[in-house]
Design a protein around this ligand. Sequence first.
Ligand SMILES: [Ca+2]
Ligand SMILES: [Ca+2]
Length: 322
Amino acid sequence: MRSGMRCRIICIFRVKLRKEETESEGAAAAAINFMNYRIAYERSANVAVSGLAMAAQRLPFLKNLTPIFGASGGVNLAAPLAVTFVGTHALSGQSVMIVPLNGATDTEKVTVGDQFVWSFKSDQHSMVLVDLDTAGLVEPLPAGLTLSGPQSGIFFISGIPSEAGEYTITMEGYRRTSRLGGTTVPYVLSLLVEPGASPFDEFLATFWSGDDLSHPELVAPTADPDGDGIDNALEFVLDLDPTKPDAMPGTMGLDPNDATMLRYEIPLNTLAGAASVSFQESADLDGDFGDVADDSFTRTDEAIVLSVPLARKKFYRLKVVL
Ligand SMILES: [Ca+2]
Ligand SMILES: [Ca+2]
């Protein structure tokens, strides 16, 4: 019974191969090897005949499937799901494909803030339109990237990504703007956008390099290697030099519009916009500092300004959280 079943299946595929007239002898041999795997699986799992019909429809593509099976080896690769999910864009010869250019692949990586260009065309006709499958997402492209083209038949996904994440971009090209006929097989691009160095890290890298950047006593946010009492996080937010002693910057005086108010303005590093900056106050240096109310200071990209009623004695300090 077993040998009879096996023979019958192989015959089905030989007939199919001749009918299609698209595959070489090598492909026919590959098809038979592939079926041996399937038979091994089906004997153990008792899969119904419908599974064979599915495999038969896939026959023109077997030449492309076999390297994937060969890499997996053994009985495992006989699982029907492996057949179903082999990337359709990798199959050639039967359909119009989207083809990445300039050595690009379907798995790419870019860092936030870096320029990214991924160009592609179709392997047969010229595409005039490309749709991005949103797959339920509002925006299939990472923030900062756009789809453009065609320019001489070439489309581009390009720009400077601004948000880290893993993106699956499914695209489909059309020969006509009506989207009728001439459609490519969907192409799936997996794009990993890695977070870039933080502004604080970049700040440190302008003062130290190499191994120094891995020494916490030099580069930790709370370190104060120049001993000026201003830790590195503050040196960054105030745009000072963490390797040379600095005085605390800023101007203090009466508010020109209200002589009962104290005004203390401290310039800030415009690259530290993501850092939290606020004031704390205390009646003496021994007591606990408490947060100054939000409406008592104003922060912009360039400065933070404290505005509080004059007091006989009060201590303020700047609080920074990177
Ligand atoms: Ca310092
Ligand atoms: Ca300093």
